[in-house]
Design a protein around this ligand. Structure first.
Ligand code: AMP
Ligand code: MG
Length: 427
């Protein structure tokens, strides 16, 4: 039996699917060359080498509690009524490097992290004793190994602790520090330059005259790039000037690992100067992607250094959704990582939604627990609604409406707070 053919009416051959476009982008991205980074500056970078344990972790047997180092067998019969009473012969603090020896029939006071004396095989927590200074009464038996952290209990010397490709988040920074590493080979945070284009754009903070709007895209996309771990800057908006467009873009290449423009790529009108300028280069491909918002997309390379460039649509919501779907994974790929796709969850629609046939919708919504509420104002210019959203509701290509109560895939937009721009990080 053959499978039923997909409904031909839902497939528009002139459109690229979201997945095909994502795959084409990732195929074209070459990871940045590794650099040497100081441990403190490696945060957010992606490891380009394996980190192995220089020594076993822990590197010496030590106590996991404040208490008394003992021979476990000497506490076997201890109880509240008949405590083992042991003379206390000394005290070992964390950081004490002396090699102590526990004489039979004695105890030594020991602190968390302090080296276990030779001869001891357990630590009786202070709570199980009378806390005595010269003598200690032990009220409970301690099993051999109790409250002892043995050498190599976490990792053995030479073991791989971090593998190339892992992103250096705080946990991984701690591991590298614990392996004694001062510098690391990492792929740096990509340097992203964002340029918005359009004669109508005015800088926020300056007066608005009818016919003009304040530029929001460049601020938004630079912030989104930083949230994705890049070192991102925006430049002043570029006017729709056919002759000046290419030089304006090329001017940015020296300091960029990735260029992002917004606007000027619609359906080929004479004002779509980004498309016109880059199309003539032949290294940037413009496609229509089967999605809403964000159908017109451009991606390719520019300049001798073949710097990747995304030309995002001008409508702010389109630019934002396009960034999340296409640019975020590309930023990860520049670091040799694959970890930047938005997390996806399933949720129940609290209201019905509509979507154009043949295009996948990414509707702005508010996700709360297992429920997602579509926001009113789904136009791709409606940035006020975008500001209320914490999720993108996916309506598949072959659906034109989904009723309240349906379960949908939802991309989660809430992310950990982005990095500040610290120019020396990883550079
Ligand atoms: P375009 O893709 O250049 O045709 O622009 C599409 C729509 O997005 C127009 O309404 C533009 O005014 C608007 N737009 C373009 N760039 C920006 C920007 N940087 N900030 C806010 N809106 C923009
Ligand atoms: Mg424009």
């Amino acid at each position: 039996m053959t499978e039923a053919a997909p409904d031909a009416a839902t497939v528009d051959a002139s459109l690229t699917t979201v997945e095909a476009y994502q795959a084409a982008i990732l195929r074209a991205i070459t990871p940045l060359p590794p650099v040497s980074a100081e441990l403190a500056g490696a945060e957010g970078c992606v490891l380009a080498e394996d980190v192995t344990a220089a020594v076993s972790l822990p590197s010496f047997d030590n106590s996991s509690m404040d208490g008394y180092a003992v021979r476990a067998a000497e506490t076997t019969h201890s109880s509240e009524r008949a405590p083992a009473s042991l003379p206390v012969t000394g005290e070992i603090a964390a950081g004490d490097t002396a090699a102590y020896r526990l004489a039979p029939g004695t105890a030594m006071r020991i602190m968390t992290g302090a080296r276990l004396p030779d001869g001891a095989d357990a630590v009786v927590p202070v709570e199980w004793t009378n806390g005595g200074d010269a003598h200690v009464d032990v009220y409970r038996p301690a099993e051999p190994g109790h409250a002892v952290r043995y050498i190599g209990g976490d990792a053995t010397a030479g073991e791989t602790l971090l593998s190339a490709g892992v992103r250096m988040r705080p946990m991984q920074i701690a591991v590298a520090a614990s392996a004694g590493r001062k510098t690391l080979r990492v792929r740096p945070r990509p340097r992203v330059v964002v340029l918005s284009t359009g004669n109508e754009l005015t800088e926020p903070g300056t007066p608005l005259v009818p016919g003009r709007i304040w530029d929001s895209n460049s601020y938004m996309i630079a912030a989104a790039a930083r949230e994705a771990g890049a070192f991102a800057v925006r430049r002043s908006a570029v006017p729709d000037d056919p002759a000046g467009m290419l030089p304006a873009l090329e001017e940015q290449l020296a300091g960029a690992d990735l260029l992002i423009t917004t606007g000027g790529v619609s359906m080929g009108g004479e004002h779509d100067v980004v498309k016109a300028a880059l199309q003539s280069l032949g290294t940037v491909t413009f496609r229509k992607v089967a999605m809403q918002p964000g159908m017109p997309q451009g991606f390719g390379t520019i300049g001798a250094g073949q710097v990747p460039i995304f030309t995002l649509p001008g409508n702010p919501v389109s630019a934002y959704v396009s960034f999340q779907l296409f640019v975020r994974p590309a930023i990860a790929a520049l670091q040799g990582a694959g970890d930047l796709r938005l997390p996806s969850v399933r949720a129940t629609l609290t209201a019905g939604v509509r979507s154009p046939k043949g295009r996948r919708s990414y509707l702005r919504g508010v996700l709360d627990g297992g429920q997602v509420t579509p926001l009113s104002g789904q136009g791709s210019h409606q940035i006020a609604a975008l500001g209320k959203a914490n999720a993108l509701i996916i309506v598949p290509e072959d659906e034109t409406s989904l009723p309240q109560g349906d379960t949908v895939d939802v991309l989660v937009l809430s992310q950990p707070t982005g990095q500040m721009n610290v120019p020396f990080i990883c550079l």
